[in-house]
Ligand binder design. Sequence first.
Ligand code: GAL
Length: 368
Amino acid sequence: MMKKLVSITILLLVAIRAEAQVIRSGELWPDDEGVHINAHGGGVLKYGDTYYWYGEHKAENTSNALVGVTCYSSKDLLHWHNCGVALSVSDEHGHDLERGCILERPKVIYNNVTRKFCMWFHLELKGRGYDAARYGVAVAERPEGPFKFLYSQRADAGTWPIEFGEKELAIVDTLDVANFEQQWTPAWLKAVGEGLFVKRDFQSGQMSRDMTLYVDDDGRAYHIFSSEDNLTLHIAELTADYLHHTGRYTRMAPAGHNEAPAIFKHDDTYWMITSGCTGWEPNEARMFSSTSIWGPWQQHPNPCRGPKAEKTFGGQSTFILKTDAGIIFMADIWRPRHPIDARYIWLPIEFEDSKPVIRWRDEWKPQL
Ligand code: GAL
């Protein structure tokens, strides 16, 4: 009996030791069982006094989804408990979420009216690479799930962005992808900016890849995603139940080639941080601001400071979490050859000359 007690105590001490005491971006981040957190491309939702971190479960040798979306919970943003799989992939052949599909960048928001947890994510159908370019929606009664998959599709089929009036539509009318033998020429980029791909995908729906969700102070929610072959971000309003698009959407930074959008609001200004498009390789973060979610958005210099600031410290943005104690920038350091070993960057956002700045810190502790 005594022996058993001693070994349990030792085990507990080892587990406590293994748990993170500070945030060390880029290093292993053990959960409360000492296992590196597996929730990549994720986001955090606060519900009651608990934070829930949702992310992609990554496997040893493939970035395809073999498990689904994981959920971890914490009261202090430092110590995380593994709540298991919130949204599971399916074993049914031909299912949208068939095991082996690509399921990325899940985000969850809570709907105060329906009292449901709503998850949106980027979905690529199994065996089709990144061609499908869809978003998926799932819903749950409880924060840790299980989430029930509802549907996946492309965005806003048959609808023009709100800023396309008579003048813009007259230009769109003249555009045709068949007129461009060569891509990346100034004429092609101009046409993309004017809506070449919006027109191409008008009937089938707009492409929807890297994404985030944002709930505004008035309860309206938005889906922000890379569209048009990742060349233009779309900001689409959600219905009151947060489960569909309303059809109202705007294009942001047309032909600007932005991915990995993350957004927050500070003193009535919306700030968005994105990355360029270099796949799993890091690049320089971009930053935009606007006093309306519908724009116009203005671009600012890279907000990162410190070693590897010109490569987002080796990472790519995924989410910005506003807490009572401050604002946290979250990013992923991808490991495409060993995806499960991908790392996290969590750094506080500070303000300098009224603009967000992300300064590298070897370690820090959120003061909640
Ligand atoms: C990145 C994107 C990731 C993933 C990856 C695949 O640019 O942000 O979420 O899709 O490309 O190469």
